[in-house]
Design a protein around this ligand. Structure first.
Ligand SMILES: [Zn+2]
Length: 548
């Protein structure tokens, strides 16, 4: 049995693994790359396998970095089943056409520019219609049920506690007179995740393909995230600003509200907090997404997937999943009206990493305002607009326009729907029989390395951090048998260079800002020394690039 790592390898996006058994060839996830330009280029590459050879696809969950390339798989000629849970299917019914729409908008903008340059237009990666059509291949399945996809292969979807419908997938392969079991964790939720059920425990597996987004981090639990969130929001509102929250429409919104109400229930005596909650309830909260209304419906209709605590609160009527100020916007007009209005509000809008969708408009209209706040509640991948803002960029470019970052930027940890290092190690501790190998995927390399060392140290398991294109033979001693090069690899170095120059450009812009500000105030000389050091650092970087 062989496994190829065709995405989500040393990066958090583009998840895609291909498994070849004696009888079948199949994919687990087929996600879109987001963030760095050299990775985005992989989206437009031809697939690295013959699409018609793929017998089936297993999909862990609806997030676009796991599902977003399925429409392209379809337009490339794939016509076999795609297995996923019912909720993943329902969410994909919304998210994939929406992604197709975003793809169309992206090239529209590019093509206008190309037209002015006298160049031919380029087609979108796929259209909303392509995405709509590929949905007919989806086969929704129940959690916990064995599905025989072939006489030698059966699979089972287990709760992953990451988002509605998310699953870990067990794959049982019978060949050479024995059965072996692979476990794909997909994205795993943190322990004690709010509202939706916690992930299942797994007792044994031969091979585990495991996410590692927060492999090097432990979520800080000392800060009460609901309290911190509420304080930041109320502070901002008191200053007359807006609060912008980049996040995938609904799930996270419900979680944040849930957390706020739960804290209120558990801390009845905290009067100051209760007053703040009252204030919050008076402010309109817009979930600005064309998916918001339908996604909320899916969420409300999935009570069976909630954890016991959430079920109890809802039954007792203590925990509204909606409140008076919550407004769901669907049309572009409604979205535009939000930016033109002077009414103070909280806006929750996708994408969560700010690289596409309506959130870019809200950031453009709010980042320059000193009294507004942007609250990040989820992971920001390298190369995304979100990451640049979190990392403290003084200026960012949105729709070709230079925007000054004057707004307060907050990153509230703990709302993340990803397991942290403790949760990931706990997942392995729960195995009654230690897996032969663990493949660490879906993470940035430094995070993965930390987790790798922890796994080696605590369990002595042979672990790997595969690179993009690596092919492993799964065996007692799994080993790398091939390393496929992406078709666009010739362009890679140039794009790597572009990425670095972009970063450099941002750093230089920041420097110009610092110095200009300093000129106005002309205070201490020690700052000049700091600038000098920074310029030296930059000069070295430029030299490094030129030498490449
Ligand atoms: Zn995910």
């Amino acid at each position: 049995m062989k496994i190829s790592f065709l995405g989500g390898a040393r990066t958090v996006t583009g998840s895609c693994f291909m498994i070849e058994t004696q009888s079948k060839k199949f994919l687990v996830d087929c996600g879109l790359f987001q963030g760095k330009s050299k990775e985005i280029l992989l989206n437009t590459d031809e697939f690295m396998f013959n699409v018609k050879d793929i017998d089936f696809v297993l999909l862990t969950h609806a997030h676009i970095d796991h599902s977003g390339k399925i429409p392209k798989l379809y337009t490339s000629g794939y016509s076999n089943p795609i297995y996923c849970t019912k909720q993943t299917f329902e969410l994909c019914e919304l998210m994939l056409p929406d992604s197709g729409h975003i793809q169309e908008l992206e090239v529209e903008w590019l093509n206008r520019k190309r037209k002015r340059e006298g160049k031919h237009p380029v087609p979108p990666l796929y259209t909303a219609l392509d995405a709509q059509e590929c949905l007919k291949l989806f086969n929704p399945v129940e959690y916990d049920e064995f599905i025989e996809v072939d006489e030698h292969i059966k699979v089972r979807f287990l709760e992953a506690g990451h988002m509605l419908g998310s699953s870990m997938i067990e794959v049982y392969v019978y060949e050479n007179g024995k059965e072996e079991k692979l476990v794909f964790t997909g994205d795993m939720g943190q322990d004690k995740q709010n509202i939706i059920r916690d992930r299942e425990k797994i007792a044994y597996a031969d091979y585990v393909i495991m996410e590692s987004t927060y492999g090097g981090r432990v979520h800080d639990e000392s800060v009460d995230k609901a309290k911190k969130f509420l304080n930041v929001v109320i502070d901002t509102l008191e200053k007359g600003g807006n609060v912008i929250i980049p996040s995938f429409a609904v799930g996270r919104t419900q979680e944040i509200l849930y957390e706020i109400f739960k804290y209120k229930i558990l801390n009845k005596d905290d009067e100051e907090y209760s007053n703040k909650v009252e204030k919050l309830l008076k402010i309109p909260v817009y979930v600005d997404s064309p998916l918001a209304v339908s996604a909320t419906e899916i969420f409300k209709n999935s009570v069976e997937l909630y954890d016991d605590e959430a079920k109890k609160y809802i039954e007792e009527g203590k925990m509204p999943l909606e409140f008076p100020g919550l407004k769901l916007t669907r049309s572009t007009e409604e979205s535009k009206a939000l930016n033109e209005s002077n009414e103070q509000c909280i806006v929750i809008s996708a994408s969560g990493m700010c690289d596409a969708g309506r959130i870019k408009h809200h950031l453009k209209h709010n980042l320059w305002k000193e009294n507004s706040t942007v609250i990040f509640v989820g992971y920001q991948a390298e190369g995304t607009l979100g990451r640049r803002i979190v990392d403290g960029a003084k200026n960012v470019k949105i729709f070709g326009e230079e925007i000054k970052v004057n707004a307060r930027v907050e990153y509230i940890e703990g709302f993340s729907c990803h397991a942290d290092q403790n949760d990931l190690l706990q997942f392995i501790r729960e195995f009654k029989q230690i897996p032969k190998n663990i493949f660490i995927v879906h993470g940035e390399y430094p995070q993965q390395e930390v987790l790798y060392n922890k796994i080696k140290e605590e369990f002595g398991i042979e672990a790997y951090i595969p690179e993009f294109g690596d092919v492993f033979e799964l065996d007692k001693l799994s080993h790398k048998v091939d390393s496929m090069k992406p078709i666009s690899s010739q362009k890679f170095e140039r794009l790597e260079l572009l990425d670095r120059i972009e970063t450099l450009k941002e750093e230089i812009q920041d420097m110009v800002m610092y110095i200009k500000e300093d000129l106005k105030q002309s205070q201490n000389d020690y700052l000049i020394n700091e600038y000098n050091d920074k310029i030296k650092e930059l000069e070295n970087k430029i030299l490094e690039i030129v030498k490449m």
